[in-house]
Write a protein that binds this ligand. Sequence first.
Ligand SMILES: Cc1cc2nc3c(=O)[nH]c(=O)nc-3n(C[C@H](O)[C@H](O)[C@H](O)COP(=O)(O)OP(=O)(O)OC[C@H]3O[C@@H](n4cnc5c(N)ncnc54)[C@H](O)[C@@H]3O)c2cc1C
Length: 326
Amino acid sequence: MSAILVYALHYDGAFNKNSLGAVSEGARLAGELGSQCDVVVVGDKSGLPDELCTSLGRYGAAKVYRVGGPEGLAQPVVDAMAKIIGENGYGYALFGGGLLGFEIGAGLTARLDAGVCMEVTNVRVEDGKLVSERPILQDSSISDVHYRSDVGVIIGRLNAFEARDSGEGSAAVEDVQVDFEPHSLKAKMVTRGEQRGADVNIEDAEILVAGGRGLGKAEGFQALEELARALGGAVAATRAVVDAGWYSYSAQIGQTGKTVSPKLYLAAGISGAIQHKVGMQSSENIVAINKDTNAPIFEFSDLGIVGDLNKIVPKLTEAVKARKGG
Ligand SMILES: Cc1cc2nc3c(=O)[nH]c(=O)nc-3n(C[C@H](O)[C@H](O)[C@H](O)COP(=O)(O)OP(=O)(O)OC[C@H]3O[C@@H](n4cnc5c(N)ncnc54)[C@H](O)[C@@H]3O)c2cc1C
């Protein structure tokens, strides 16, 4: 009956989608284990008011440990989680993934001498214990990871866990005082920057307009940015264009970039290489624009448009704007 402890990252008065997904997943698993899912939040108390913390109850959290400390840095969270796990005996620590999740999860694993599995896309209960499922061999196969350690650390693939807001429920809030290790306070957050396209964070965006080498040149992205703006989405890219310096790495989707699962993934001038596919294949709807009828991307698209993107994308933008009334 091992309880589950989840870390939730907040920013600008809200928890990110990835963290809410982890809380929902922790609550689902705790329900199956007959235990409970609690959450750790770390930050300045003024940025973590009661109503924000209790709202995690809507995602299934029973209790929220509110720790006063520096926000958005890994080591203070490692200290906080190690203390809370040590004092309360949690069986699992669960993270939603992303760079911070990876860093905290790895640090906590080392601190607790625990077992860890990263890039987890599903977790199941077997004989009263959690088993992590992790895609391997370029996502062509799934491996099962069992834990032998007292605490099992589970780090999800970014946005792999769905955030489920039940609309009701309120978590209890407990303030915890943590004496941070001296080394944990050496790093300072000077400023926090985010790569955004059309004012939407790429990992949380419900609509992504992705561009590949078929755009022809860096300036080709301007048309995609306009379309993304009209749709209320963000712009993503393939590695080919990132390597060519046409777009920033933070927008790269795929094996060596980000994994996303938006409601709509519109791929323009993208061939659909396996290394790109693994980062976007779980999108709800995939629409591809490609001039080559035999492009591999059409094999896993819901809708394929064969033609020149230079003609299609501006027309699509016009149509979206007209539909939205300008
Ligand atoms: C170890 C490793 C890791 C990798 N990691 C990644 C990764 O994380 N992400 C990633 O994306 N790739 C990754 N790659 C690279 C991957 O193999 C492909 O090379 C890359 O995804 C291709 O990008 P692309 O689709 O933009 O370009 P291309 O494969 O060159 O495709 C361009 C497409 O545009 C179409 N086109 C051209 N002109 C037009 C036009 N006017 N209108 C419409 N369509 C047009 C063409 O028909 C073509 O299908 C990795 C490769 C390796 C070896």
